[in-house]
Design a protein around this ligand. Structure first.
Ligand code: SF4
Ligand code: SF4
Length: 222
């Protein structure tokens, strides 16, 4: 059993099991750090959304809190000018590849992007970057859900639950860079894939990309 250590986050002393990842320690103590791709049970966090930066005293540059293990005496700040700049840039980059129409989105008012914007005083609109303008047709599964790829932020939560919880393996990431996308293996129609329509991926989606058919946003975990 790991020993309990004490660290300081934003001038608050908190205790945690040694080696626990900083992001989860902060969140469990009601200290919000923006995040989209983090999954607590995941052994090796992908740290791909680049939103959970914090400053750790003694380190030369901000670090992603989802990958940083806590240790005795650690002193952490979730907000510094450098951290805020990194988070703002990562957030705006995400928005540049996102169909931003909250008023018509099923996830409006329970969306993680909106939560991050509120928490960090960020605007849900593009200032420095241009929209990539990618639009994809809405996919409708045979009976249960819709997938709006134009709103997918590539967090990977749906893929993780499909593989690790449902243990089906119907979906995965394809391609690299700006062409990266969530799709079925072989890019076949979902109804021809091994998808069982269990709905776990829909519940895991933090934004309005995966939605139950006719969804009220409260049906999702978000
Ligand atoms: S996913 Fe969130 S930010 Fe994007 S349009 Fe929907 S509610 Fe707005
Ligand atoms: S569909 Fe949702 S859960 Fe899956 S990668 Fe896109 S945003 Fe994340």
């Amino acid at each position: 059993m790991s020993k309990t250590i004490t660290l300081t986050i934003d001038d608050r002393k908190v205790t945690a099991p040694e080696g626990e990842k900083l992001l989860w320690v902060a969140l469990e103590n009601d200290i919000y750090i923006p995040n989209l791709c983090a999954i607590k049970e995941e052994g090796r966090p992908s740290a791909s959304c680049r939103l959970c930066f914090v400053h750790v005293e003694g380190l030369p540059a901000p670090v992603t809190s989802c990958t940083q293990a806590v240790r005795e005496g650690m002193v952490v700040k979730t907000r510094t000018p450098q951290v805020d700049r990194l988070v703002r840039t990562a957030f705006e980059l995400l928005l540049s590849d996102h169909r931003l129409k909250c008023s018509t989105c099923p996830q409006n008012r329970s969306c993680e992007l909106q939560k991050i914007a509120r928490a960090r005083g960020l605007k849900l609109k593009l200032k420095r970057f241009k929209s990539l303008g990618k639009e994809y047709p809405l996919y409708e599964s045979p009976g249960l859900f819709t997938f709006d790829r134009s709103r997918c932020v590539l967090c990977g939560r749906c893929v993780w639950v499909d593989h690790e919880v449902a243990k089906v393996g119907a979906i995965g990431f394809a391609r690299r860079g700006l062409k990266r996308m969530v799709t079925t293996f072989g890019n076949i129609d979902l109804d021809a894939s091994s998808c069982t329509e269990c709905g776990l991926c829909v519940k895991a989606c933090p934004v309005g990309a995966l939605n139950f058919t006719g969804e009220q946003s409260s049906e999702k975990d978000g």
